[in-house]
Design a protein around this ligand. Structure first.
Ligand SMILES: [Zn+2]
Length: 331
């Protein structure tokens, strides 16, 4: 600690100063543990145009990316309009479409779990780590899976979770409780890249698993879009994304934790092109895609760039993937 970073943020016609302290610098890859650095890059906050300068290292062994100097307090980089926390503010039409999308996503990943050997019954229990206000868990409830629980240490006090129980603590702390909750499926939907130590979070998830349970991780992947767009890659998302693996790096981490990958699916979309190209043009995400807009959703879904995304997914080179893991020797 000790070093102070700062930047100015435009908010309407006002300029607001944001400052932060750095965490300790780190150099070991959080996925494979190797200490060789292939390259270091400096990226800035692009989603909201907060800017700043954040150093990322690329692992010399597995190619994963990780931040070297994360702000000790990341809350200035999760403003109220950050997508996880905005479900209260949506119009009814956008909320309807978001719910429909959440149900489609839920069905997609239930299918992957089943294909990977996980039995899903109405009694199957789910924990969603980084659940936000619980959209996905609500979608599971809507299709008859009622045993759901959210864990999200960053959920803002007073957020309306509309009947979903969300524990506002880190999973590492929850797993140390005398009687922690048990789950048949522990899920990380684009939340594991937001922690400094993905190994500790996955180890905690394994502790919560019921016998024969499964861990589902959806996460950005360092691959073609990183090679094509570099610091303008949408899913680099500095400084919120603290670590992003290659597939090789993720497999290495799973093996170290005695977790066996029993299923995977690349699920990247046109956003890897549409948003990264907007960043190349110097736009923020909200300038390129007005938030909570139905037009935005249609632009993404109907974009011809989805053809390229599907091609990359088939090549296992898309910029995000889902992995299903079980504890070694359990199946
Ligand atoms: Zn590595």
């Amino acid at each position: 600690m000790g070093n102070i970073g700062s930047c100015s943020v435009r908010s309407g016609c006002q300029t607001v100063n944001v400052s932060w302290e750095w965490n300790e610098m780190r150099a070991a890859c959080p996925f494979c543990g190797d200490e060789r650095i292939a390259e270091s890059i400096t990226a800035s906050e692009r989603m909201f145009g907060l800017e700043g300068a954040f150093t990322y290292h690329r692992c010399g062994a597995c190619g994963s990316l990780f931040i070297s100097d994360a702000p000790a307090d990341l809350s200035p980089f999760y403003p109220a309009k950050y997508y996880s926390y905005t479900s209260d503010a949506r119009s009814s039409l956008v909320a309807f479409c978001a719910n429909l999308n959440a149900r489609m996503r839920a069905r997609t990943y239930l299918k992957l779990l089943r294909q990977s050997g996980t039995v899903i019954r109405s009694s199957t229990s789910f924990v969603d780590v980084g659940s936000g206000s619980g959209d996905l868990l609500r979608a599971l409830q809507a299709i008859g899976l009622s045993h759901v629980l959210g864990i999200d240490p960053y959920l803002r006090p007073g957020t309306n979770t509309r009947g979903i129980t969300v524990i506002r603590r880190a999973i590492e702390d929850v797993a140390e409780d005398a009687a922690p909750p048990r789950a048949d499926v522990v899920m990380f939907h684009h939340s594991l890249e937001h922690v400094l130590d993905p190994s500790a979070s996955l180890a905690a998830a394994a502790k919560l698993l019921a016998p024969a349970g499964a861990i589902l991780v959806r996460i950005p992947i360092v691959s073609y879009a990183w090679e094509r767009f570099g610091i303008n890659w949408f899913s680099l998302d500095a400084p919120r994304h603290l670590c992003i693996p290659t597939e090789r790096g993720f497999k290495s981490l799973a093996a170290q934790l005695n977790l066996r990958i029993v299923g995977s699916r690349y699920d990247s979309t046109s956003m890897q092109f549409l948003a990264s190209e907007a960043y190349e043009r110097g736009l923020t995400l909200s300038e390129a895609f007005p938030s909570n807009s139905l037009t935005t959703a249609l632009r993404v879904v109907l974009s011809p760039k989805n053809v390229a995304a599907r091609y990359l997914n088939r090549q296992r080179r898309g910029d995000q993937a889902a992995f299903v893991m079980v504890r070694e020797n359990e199946r």
